[in-house]
Write a protein that binds this ligand. Structure first.
Ligand code: HEM
Length: 127
């Protein structure tokens, strides 16, 4: 388990930075395309039992959610939307931190918690 944790830390990048290295270029975010990409990452995360594969896709999901947090949504909903996306980002970061310290046993319940957030926020913001 210790070696697995070390491997995960190396994959995720040291220094407490859990995001993927690349970020979207400056400018308007296409939320629909970003969400589609998040959907692909989410599918890959739930379709793998390999912690290294899951950790890599979680890093990409984190980066995409960070990009999505800069998108503009309908008038009046922006502050709530940004707060919701930040809550989701924080939850992803917690799963990444747990994995990096070798806590992979209850990964399923952690992913279920992320899925609950996804559903909750889709109910509020998805047109
Ligand atoms: C694991 C997390 C998530 C996944 C996999 C995901 C996936 C998706 C997918 C597949 C769509 C439909 C895209 C299409 O039109 O084909 C969508 C739409 C959307 N999602 Fe998410 N989502 C996630 C989390 C969130 C969160 C946390 C929020 C808000 C805080 C959010 C807000 C939205 C909104 C506003 C849309 C509509 C975008 C548009 O059509 O302009 N999503 N999402």
């Amino acid at each position: 388990m210790r070696i697995q944790a070390l491997l995960l830390s190396a994959t995720l990048g040291l220094g407490g930075c859990f995001g993927a290295p690349e970020s979207a270029p400056e400018g308007a975010i296409d939320l629909q395309q970003t969400m589609k990409a998040m959907g692909r990452e989410w599918k890959a995360i739930n379709g793998s039992e390999d912690p290294l594969v899951v950790a890599n896709h979680l890093a990409t999901l984190h980066q995409l959610a960070s990009d999505a947090s800069r998108a503009m949504v309908r008038k009046g909903a922006q502050p709530e939307y940004e707060a919701a996306m930040n809550e989701f980002l924080e939850a992803v970061t917690q799963v990444q931190a747990a994995m990096a310290s070798g806590e992979v046993e209850d990964l399923t319940s952690q992913l279920e918690a992320l899925d609950a957030l996804r559903k909750q926020h889709h109910r509020s913001f998805k047109p």
